[in-house]
Unconditional design. Structure first.
Length: 176
């Protein structure tokens, strides 16, 4: 049943993500919590990996100045969300920062000027889609507190295709 029960995103199955509900009844409590801490640490590592790849692949695009800092702020907020229990009073500081930086990242638009700015903006549209997809994936990982390796692989593949498309169109156009 587990592989057929999906995360609300439609991504990875229950067995890959949440074996913990089943483990809670079959493991000593200390072992169960030790496993949860490992999953949280893996999730935080996944968030760092996604943020790093987004910065490496898109941070240098023309008009994307400021993206690096925004991605880093969102990743830090996502990791804080991931490690903070909902019953911890600090959640009232962590959650708003997480939501606000996520919204800022999802609404990121490049600043382009000069001749042919509209054409260059059109070329860069796939990168904006990837930024939004990356923000959503990090949100899923942070709130579920589990790494989503298959979703990450799919995201990285989509990012590479988008960047190849941008690079191809940039060469044809002259420069993005």
């Amino acid at each position: 049943l587990g592989p057929h029960v999906k995360h609300y995103s439609g991504e990875e199955g229950l067995d890959e993500l949440w074996g913990e509900p089943f483990k809670a009844f079959s493991l000593p409590l200390e072992d169960f919590y030790a496993g949860r801490y490992v999953k949280i640490a893996q999730s935080m590592g996944a968030i760092d990996t996604i943020a790093g790849r987004m910065i490496d692949r898109m941070g240098g695009l023309p008009g994307f100045e400021g993206l690096d800092a925004l991605v880093q702020r969102f990743a830090a907020a996502a990791k804080a969300e991931c490690e903070t229990l909902k019953r911890d009073p600090v959640i009232f500081n962590v959650w708003p920062e997480f939501v606000a930086t996520g919204e800022q990242l999802a609404e990121f638009t490049p600043v382009l000027s000069g001749p042919q700015a509209e054409e260059r903006a059109e070329i860069l549209l796939p990168a904006l889609t990837i930024i939004r997809e990356g923000q959503q994936l990090v949100t899923w990982i942070a709130t579920a507190r589990v790494p989503m390796p298959h979703s990450m692989e799919n995201f990285f593949a989509a990012m590479e295709l988008a960047m190849q498309r941008i690079e191809r169109h940039s060469r044809e156009f002259g420069s993005a």
